[in-house]
Design a binder for this molecule. Structure first.
Ligand code: SAH
Length: 303
């Protein structure tokens, strides 16, 4: 089996729409390369300036119909180029083994605060106090390479109290749920509406030996309602319109008074404002804000 590697350098603002075009045709996820990650601990006080461009890579299986898929991807890019110009994509044909290597090469050991995120094929020596999360990138979002995941990890490190009961809404790969368990949460419920994410998260939870505390289920807010009393903390790294809707549908009722909600997945500016307003209307008072590369996480307390 052969694969067509598509790599394209795009302005950071276009990362999402580009990924959206690619995700219609590529089955194995999309790699965002923001350049070399910070080598040592991230300095949250003085974050590095946001990179203006990033490289997006995806691998299209060269099975029946791949030429048409390539054509449609190029069309999609053409439309996006009318919004903001960027160079045409580069294509490279690679075989199965090279594909695995190319794909794996994008994932190195990543340190976010005290969390060490490691793909299974890499070695990592833990320093005292560091918490290991072993994750293989599957088709689900959440390998620690996206700024919003890192913002949520930082928020969690600051706000999570040992023994608490946590809800991870939109768990993707399960990374935040596993991190919460490592940080001392007593129980974590990890929900996602995407059955593929549920399967990948379940595998990752098992791989990390936290299946006794982390329960993965398919579903969203309605499933969370069936889980009994309100939570001590909720993580929701989804998208602005989804978070706004979840707030209107009663996300605030799922957290106990004095408990917290950390929401991410949106940009500074209009999106952040909309999420902040929706949270306030849901009885959630915004108390903290984390930002990286223009992406934001908001931390709120239930009144
Ligand atoms: N928590 C991970 C993954 C975030 S990606 C991280 O921080 O890296 C967002 C996830 O939310 C996706 O897996 C998507 O399937 C899921 N999702 C989207 N809408 C949702 C909804 N309404 N309820 C629950 N999950 C949702």
């Amino acid at each position: 089996m052969r694969w067509l590697e598509i790599s394209v350098q795009v302005p950071t603002e276009l990362a999402d729409p580009i990924a959206e075009v690619l995700s219609r045709y590529v089955p194995h996820g999309i790699a965002f390369d923001y350049g070399p990650p910070p080598a040592v601990e991230t300095d949250w006080e003085r974050p590095p300036p946001p990179p203006p461009v990033l490289t997006v890579r995806a691998y299209l299986p060269m099975t029946e119909g791949w030429e048409a898929a390539r054509h449609r991807i190029e069309e999609g890019f053409w439309h996006l180029r009318q919004i903001l110009p960027f160079p045409p994509p580069e294509f490279r044909v690679i075989d199965e083994t090279a594909w695995e290597e190319a794909w794996k090469a994008h994932y190195d050991v990543l340190r976010v605060g005290s969390f060490v995120i490691k793909p299974s094929w890499r070695e990592a020596a833990l320093r005292p106090g560091e918490l290991l999360i072993e994750l293989d990138p599957g088709m689900a979002f959440g390998t620690g390479t996206h700024p919003t995941t890192r913002l949520c990890l930082q928020a969690l490190a600051e706000w999570l109290e040992p023994g608490s009961r946590i809800l991870d809404l939109g768990t993707g790969s399960g990374i935040l749920a596993i991190a919460a368990a490592r940080k001392g949460a007593a129980v974590v419920w990890a929900l996602d509406i995407d059955p593929v994410a549920v399967r990948v998260a379940q595998e990752n939870v098992r791989r990390n030996g936290v299946a006794d505390r982390v329960h993965v289920r398919e579903g969203s807010l309605e499933a969370a309602r069936a889980l009994g009393e309100p939570f001590d903390g909720i993580l929701a790294n989804i998208l602005a319109p989804v978070i706004v809707r979840l707030c209107a549908e009663g996300l605030g009722d799922r957290v106990r008074p004095g408990g917290w909600v950390v929401a991410s997945g949106f940009f500074a500016g209009e999106q952040e404002e909309a999420v902040g307003q929706a949270m306030a209307a849901a009885g959630l008072r915004v108390r903290a804000r984390w930002e990286e590369d223009g992406w934001v996480a908001l931390g709120a307390r239930k009144e």
